[in-house]
Design a protein around this ligand. Structure first.
Ligand code: ATP
Ligand code: MG
Length: 613
């Protein structure tokens, strides 16, 4: 396969985007992919960090905050909080050190021990960041909850995770937690970020502000074994019940190294990660990774708004921007006129994660924003970016790129039921270019999860021999680029073909009327499954029987009759998780009248911008 033409399958029809280096006058951190991979070791990457003084181990918060606060970056802005109704709030590295020390001291004063679990249910206000980093300093385990979760998902996670402390707002406590209090016997302390006084009726509900103000600004991080647990993250629940993945302090080695190679973070950068800190991306890359690089991180406390987002990129002079396909598709839907009104010349690097990034979106970035979008792949379980498109490397639109330095990836063959094939010597690896199977990673990278909460058996099932099996189906082309096919649970068998919805959706999105699409299989006695597509239309397009037939014809022409959708329907709002992923299992359940399963992460409409108010 020549590098100009990766058109092995219908979804791969776009031309390679070549890079000229350096872009924006800044040399990428990773210049030669092969050479960097060959030379890289995780030991070397650990050496890029400081470690705690006197050989007392490795602590995420020390690497993210204290080591910068003790050096020339002390007065640099670490976190800048933007809002749509107030002035920005800045915290320098020195201020962040003092404030997180206070938080750690508050925990100590409450009798919280290393290993105890501290949860947060609040929006993107500064106290949330203090809670994450202060908890890590105190060697307790931090678990974020997405601020729009209702009472049941909150209860489920707090009890499963044995939360001793909850950091939240007065409004969220009243609406989501108060009525559960009797059912949360292990929850000993509720710290309310915006209360002026402790709750007179409930001694466990305390005002955080006065506690912080009374706490000393000095705190010495205790000895931290790199294998000490640090973070508990629940998965998105896209395919079923959310699982709790446990991560350790050593993960910071991967957070830092991936920030360097996959996000191309440079110490003078301004970085904006749009993911909510309620999810793993918002913690690993919205907080930890950029801070370990000493960059200035933008936190936007308001919800998505295309006009504001472009203004933020321009006014904050964002260098590196990490976002998600769902947001990019919303920007595409908002049209090309808005970005044209803004000077985006500072923007050097754009990356995306969370779902497959349609080739159409990569090319749109190149044409409309002047920068292509770099897709990368990882999971809650992997703790950090595993497969990526790099600043210096060409992009094959639709490909998630190549494994990170330090990451060995492989593809494991699957049977008819998508179950991995395992022989006496371990899993059966696929080597033929284009062949599909489960993406596997050789175990042992620093941010690999160390367990599923209360589910050792499930954890054990993720590993075969040396390999962690991700559950995602992929293929690899002859040059080593990986292509996402689908999640194990979303791929569809139709007329003897195994098809991933992503490829079909990407083709439908090439039709000018379509901005978003989801494809599911509907059981059929003859074909096994027939394909049904749900599409969302762009501005200026109206749904009609004519358009429906046109899309069916478009699909048949581009995909061939065997894998073209048999039905196309309009969907104004595709069901999505709160982290923005299309929930095909729910579309399928609704279509077939089946039980809808766990809906705790279903996005149920626009989230009010300042719900706490
Ligand atoms: P659950 O495991 O509860 O069903 P989830 O897998 O969606 O939820 P996350 O860990 O947040 O929870 O998401 C990781 C998954 O997201 C990956 O396994 C993959 O299916 C998908 N994903 C993430 N990034 C990409 C990408 N760049 N391309 C394709 N898929 C991606
Ligand atoms: Mg998953």
């Amino acid at each position: 396969m020549s590098s100009e033409d990766t058109a092995g399958t219908p979804g791969h029809a776009h031309h390679t985007i070549h890079k000229s280096i350096p872009r924006g006058g800044v040399a990428p951190n990773l210049v030669d992919y092969e050479a960097t991979r060959a030379a890289f070791t995780w030991e070397e990457a650990e050496g890029w960090l400081d470690g705690l003084p006197d050989g007392r181990g490795l602590n995420i918060a020390h690497e993210a905050v204290d080591r910068h606060a003790a050096g020339p970056k002390a007065q640099q802005v670490a976190l800048r909080f933007l809002s749509d109704h107030a002035d920005p709030v800045d915290l320098t590295y020195a201020e962040l050190r003092d404030a997180t020390n206070r938080f750690a001291n508050v925990l100590a004063g409450l009798g919280i021990e290393p290993g105890d679990r501290v949860f947060a249910l609040c929006g993107r206000q500064p106290e949330l960041y203090l809670a994450v980093l202060g908890t890590l300093k105190h060697r307790a385990v931090f678990c974020p909850l997405f601020s729009s979760f209702g009472p049941e998902p909150v209860h489920q996670r707090l009890t499963r995770g044995n939360g001793r402390v909850l950091v939240t707002t007065a409004a969220l406590y009243r609406k989501r937690v108060g009525q559960l209090r009797d059912r949360l016997p292990e929850l000993e302390h509720v710290l309310v970020v915006d209360a002026d006084e402790d709750d007179p009726d409930d001694p466990s509900v305390r005002a955080l502000g006065p506690l912080l103000a009374a706490a000393p600004t000095a705190y010495e991080i205790g000895p931290t074994d790199p294998e000490d647990p640090a973070l508990l993250h629940f998965t998105s629940g896209t395919t079923g019940n959310p699982k709790g993945a446990i991560h350790v302090h050593r993960a910071v080695v991967a957070h830092h190294a991936t920030g360097r190679f996959a996000l191309d973070l440079h110490p003078d950068d301004t970085f904006w990660c749009t993911a909510d800190p309620g999810w793993v991306t918002g913690t690993s890359y919205g907080i930890i990774s950029p801070l370990t690089h000493g960059v200035t991180t933008i936190v936007d406390t308001a919800e998505f708004d295309a006009r504001r987002w472009y203004a933020t990129l321009e006014e904050q002079r964002v260098d590196v921007w990490y976002t998600a396909p769902t947001a990019i598709r919303m920007l595409m839907k908002a049209g090309p006129e808005l970005p044209a009104e803004h000077d985006l010349s500072q923007l050097r690097f754009i990356a995306s994660v969370g779902e497959p990034l349609n080739p159409e979106a990569v090319v749109w970035g190149d044409e409309v924003l002047g920068r292509p979008i770099h897709d990368n792949w990882w999971q809650t379980e992997t703790g950090g970016i595993m497969v990526a498109n790099y600043a210096s490397c060409d992009i094959r639109p639709g490909s998630m790129g190549r494994p990170m330095p330090g990451i060995d990836a492989a593809i494991v063959a699957v049977d008819d039921e998508n179950e991995p094939l395992v022989g006496p010597d371990g899993p059966q690896l696929v080597t033929t270019p284009g062949a599909e199977g489960v993406l596997a990673l050789r175990r042992g990278w620093p941010s690999m999860f160390r367990g599923y909460l209360h589910d050792d058996e499930r954890y054990a099932r993720c590993f075969v021999g040396d390999w962690y099996l991700s559950g995602d189906l992929v293929s690899r082309d002859a040059d080593g680029w990986y292509w996402f096919v689908g999640r194990g649970d979303d791929v569809i068998k139709t007329a003897g073909h195994l098809v991933g919805p992503f490829e079909l959706e990407s083709v439908l999105m090439e039709h000018p009327a379509v901005v978003e699409a989801a494809v599911i299989g509907i059981p059929d006695p003859v074909a096994g499954n027939v394909l049904k597509a749900f599409v969302t239309l762009g501005p200026g397009h109206e749904w009609s029987d004519h358009l429906r037939r046109e899309l069916l014809g478009f699909g048949r022409k581009r995909l061939g009759p065997a894998i073209a959708p048999r039905e196309v329907a309009l969907s104004e709002n595709l069901p999505k998780t709160r982290s923005g992923k299309i929930m095909r299992r729910l579309l399928r359940a609704r279509e077939l009248g089946l039980p809808e399963g766990d809906l705790s992460t279903l996005e149920t409409g626009p989230v009010p911008a300042n719900e706490e108010a």
